[in-house]
Design a protein around this ligand. Sequence first.
Ligand code: WTA
Length: 655
Amino acid sequence: MADNKNLQSVLTEKRLFAPQPEFVARARLDPERLQALHAAAARDHVGFWADLGRKELSWHTPFGKALDDSKAPNYQWFGDGKLNASANCLDRHLGAKGDKIAIRFEGEPGDRKNYTYKELHAEVCRVANALKSFGVKKGDRVVIYMPMVPEAVMAMQACARIGAIHSIVFGGFSSSSLKDRIEDAGAKVLITADGGHRAGHIVELKKAADEALSQGCKTIEKVLVLKRTRHEVAFDVKRDVWWHDVVGQQKPSCDPEWVDAEHPLFLLYTSGSTGKPKGIQHSTGGYLLGAMTSCQWVFDLRDDDVFWCTADVGWITGHSYVCYGPLANGATILMYEGAPTVPDAGRFWKIAQDHAVTIFYTAPTAIRALMKLGDDWPKKYDLSKLRLLGSVGEPINPEAWMWYHTVIGKERLPIVDTWWQTETGSIMISPIPGAVPTKPGSCTKPLPGIAVEVVDEAGEILRDKDAGGYLVVTKPWPSMLRTIWGDNERYLKTYWSQFHNKYYVAGDSTHRDEDGYYWILGRIDDVLNVSGHRLGTMEIESALVSHPKVAEAAVVGRPHEVKGESVFAFVICRGERPHGAEAEKLAKELREHVGREIGALAKPDDIRFADNLPKTRSGKIMRRLLRSIAKGEEITQDVSTLENPAIVAQLAGKA
Ligand code: WTA
């Protein structure tokens, strides 16, 4: 974007929701304690994190120096300390919490299994010993390509236990994505399953893994295969080993390998705006501290909670808020393998009821999808155990927020809209549920010890509270990414060079309002410039979705002779997709509606109705694709990562 000075937020959301007194009364952080944390961090940023690092983590060798910035922006935290992430997540709970349930699992077909901390520890040790028997050593990479089953968490913890670096590839990725990631990481072992259950089908994981390996991946020596779906799969006896054959025979104990705090805990590949996926490298000590403290602050995690983060372990949210954060806190997590609508649209709510879920953390795309299915589904189930709701992954439009608040939260539960990224490792900006009043659509304010600012095009920090521009982080934080695996140049270029290594550049544009609340407007290239007015696509989408006939909308810019850019909206209706005269009438109505909600300048020139949006399997809308369609370009992009590739023709107006 060219100039941020007049980045405008024209969506005026004035509703404010204060935490309920009964929540505040029991909260880990009330306004006073939160204020004390902010003050401590402001007084001594490094000392603040050093104190937390000593208090929250179990060290084998305590660290002396908390932050080493001699190679900035390759920062190092707690560098001379030694610890083990798995020992922090499991061993230290074996005394007081040994018989507490660590994982409650429900498969899509309805099978259930629980693991106590003792049982999980024993299983993790067995898997760790199995990996050792394959010759896996500290620093070796292990790729995990599995369904959302407890064994996926065991595999992660087992790697951490022996100092191997795991890299999870989301089970929805194709064989060629898997191959690229295995090769970039140079992995020695692949852990997979025969398949997984998803939306009533079997996800053919082993088949895709075999395809990937047949195309290259020369570094892979062994493939550990979990039997999950029990359908027939090909098996190469020289290379493949069944999980139940090898893991069951191992000893249920395995000494943790003590690693330096900076030892890489995992790589997680994420796509950039261009080029091949980046292997985001996270550390052991700093990462774990961020995941742990954010669980306490943002989710108010307590001993009697059942914490359900619906993210797959293939995404960062699944790393930090399924596996590492909650387990390091000794919490009970819920894992669900499948789709939210199998066998019917009440599945999520039934699970929440049956497992007495207290904290529910999901993505706006899921919230909107569930909203579209109607209020009757959640109303059928007893959701009275829920005490906190969360959202992550994209801006949540105020309409979806309000639905979450009223229908699921019964106007009583706090909602934490958490902003963060694969790169940040843990939550950066979010309400503290017992202390910060929320505004629908705003992720509110940075957490203690997280120094966020808004800067303009020249990198000047905008000191006014009310400001719009680039979101940057001005001080290093423990759970920050350390580098891009094998490509430190790209790390420097992508995240630091824009403002001369002074700030971490998140790549999001933001507006901060007069109360100091942050509103994420989207990725930098999601900002439109219409007649010299900068508009976040998300604001227009929210306006559209606030119309009673609209379920979901995606807005992109299209080059326009006079205005610079015009607004192109893809709209999904509640109920049937309108056609012909009916579509024209509704389009007109929607234009007027956006005009009323935001102003005439935001009215979409084009509105196209479709049955669905093009989404990646993680639920992100493929805006790049929509931009091409809006421009009328021939689609030459790879659509294989789409959840629903068939939708492309319809969006292009050809079906
Ligand atoms: C977006 C997911 C608005 C943002 C944890 C960010 C959000 C990108 C929010 C990172 C939120 C994430 N409000 N936008 N609460 N959370 N984003 O790496 O654009 O999959 O840069 O990490 O998602 O996506 P990632």
